[in-house]
Design a protein around this ligand. Structure first.
Ligand SMILES: NC(=O)c1ccc[n+]([C@@H]2O[C@H](COP(=O)([O-])OP(=O)(O)OC[C@H]3O[C@@H](n4cnc5c(N)ncnc54)[C@H](O)[C@@H]3O)[C@@H](O)[C@H]2O)c1
Length: 414
């Protein structure tokens, strides 16, 4: 079995957990390099490699040195939002295939530079949006592909995740989100919900985003949380701090195909986790929060409350028809590889693509189109919700690029 030699750049929360619970469990992956700015994080990750694999990889605080490791075949960039695009570009320019973690862009120039680096080098680039591999999103995508939901008209999604602790402990725990919430006001994390929606709508492959408008609420959640918990006693920089990031940001995107997309960022108020992924078509809908399908004509009194309640969790009844078999056949071990199993699929796909010289199904054009929502939403909010044009990073090629799902959904086509 061919082994793929991978370097990991960024060993914070996500990097360490993916390394330990996923990459090191893959029989055909060898970790040849580890990099972080912090020595203690490198040491902890090196210990995990030693414990699981019995050797110590090359360790460095300078990511450029990772590209120089003899025989290295890919890097996984899992640093902060501020640096992962630049490091990915440098990796492509060194001819090393790169898997880039998700986040939002700070400028359109950053997105264009990423696309340009790919076009000039043709070095494989993978955007690691794991939610595109999740069961609910794939089941809904398969339903769309089968025609069961009719023409898709509107989709919505959210990043609904109470991050008050993660953000406000940023200085203490050395996490990048704090600086972002202090100084930016935008849809700062669009891709978990937008990725699966963009795939459904064939963005960059027959369809494209046209424009967006964004509005932000006041910013109260973090300041109140910090005061209530007296966090300034542990971190003096939090004394009387004020945050720029609004508590709830709503963004509406229009697409060339006539569809609209509503995204909600909701991370600094008390709430349960939700991606609120919803697909609406002329023949039906899917709603992830209730795991429910509704198809036109299902029942005459469909709009009564009782029937609505009966739909809750009826997604289970449609799994045989729409759920990709990889999810139906998944093992307990695969489920433990992160986020209920979706992480297993995305890292497996990345490694297989490197081995087989295949393009990853979420490419540089997807990365640019999805990440640019962040900087454009900042501009819209700054200008009282003024519409912002979304560039076509494919430069017209989207018109002829064939649709591509992240997995084969063939069993569901009719
Ligand atoms: N796909 C997912 O489900 C998921 C989940 C969590 C985080 N993420 C993404 O993973 C990334 C990291 O998130 P995190 O929570 O682990 O952040 P973190 O702050 O805990 O870790 C980031 C690490 O990157 C290191 N780093 C920054 N710049 C570097 C550089 N130039 N060279 C080497 N190392 C550098 C930092 O020292 C830090 O240790 C983010 O892009 C985030 O959006 C994705």
């Amino acid at each position: 079995m061919k082994h793929v030699k991978i370097g990991v750049i960024g060993l914070g929360q996500r990097g360490y957990s993916v390394l330990k619970s996923n990459l090191l469990k893959m029989d055909d992956v060898d970790i040849v390099g580890l990099c972080d700015l912090y020595e203690d994080r490198i040491e902890k990750a090196a210990e995990a490699v030693k414990e699981i694999r019995g050797y110590t990889p090359y360790c460095t605080r300078s990511y450029e040195e990772i590209f120089g490791i003899e025989g290295i075949e890919a890097v996984y960039v899992v640093t902060c939002w501020e640096t992962h695009v630049k490091i990915s570009i440098d990796s492509m320019r060194c001819g090393i295939p790169v898997a880039c973690e998700v986040g939002g862009a700070y400028s359109l120039e950053e997105c264009y530079a990423l696309v340009q680096a790919y076009e000039e080098t043709k070095t494989p680039f993978a955007f690691m949006e794991n939610c595109c591999f999740n069961n609910s999103e794939l089941m809904a995508t398969a339903a769309v592909r089968s025609g069961a939901l009719g023409r898709i008209v509107h989709c919505s999604g959210a990043y609904g995740h109470d991050l008050r602790e993660e953000v406000s402990y940023g200085n203490i725990r050395r996490h990048y989100r704090l600086e972002n919430y202090l100084h930016r006001n935008c849809e700062n994390y669009p891709t978990h919900e937008l990725g699966p929606i963009a795939k459904i709508l064939n963005i960059n492959r027959g369809n494209k985003f046209l424009s967006l408008v964004s509005v932000a609420s006041h910013s109260f959640g973090l300041e109140e949380y910090i005061k209530d918990k007296k966090l300034y006693e542990q971190d003096a920089a939090l004394k009387d701090v004020s945050f720029k990031q609004g508590d709830v940001v709503n963004t509406i995107i229009t697409c060339e195909g006539g569809e609209t997309i509503l995204l909600t960022l909701d991370t600094t108020l008390p709430r349960s986790y939700s991606r609120a992924f919803t697909v609406r078509g002329t023949k039906g809908m899917y709603e992830m929060d209730t795991n429910s399908f509704f198809f036109d004509g299902m029942k005459e009194d469909f709009n009564t409350c009782a029937y609505y309640k009966r739909c809750i969790d009826n997604g289970k009844e449609y799994e045989e028809r729409f759920m990709p078999s990889m999810w139906l056949n998944m093992t307990e071990e695969q489920k433990k590889r992160g986020h209920g199993g979706m992480d297993y699929f995305i890292y497996r796909e990345f490694v297989d693509c490197v081995k087989e010289g295949r393009e990853f199904p979420i490419d540089v054009y997807d990365a640019a189109a999805w990440m640019c929502i962040t900087c454009l939403s900042a501009a819209s909010i700054e200008n009282n919700g003024a519409p912002q044009a979304i560039p076509d990073f494919t430069n017209g090629a989207y018109k002829t690029r064939a649709p591509l799902d992240v997995v084969n959904l063939e069993k569901t086509s009719c």
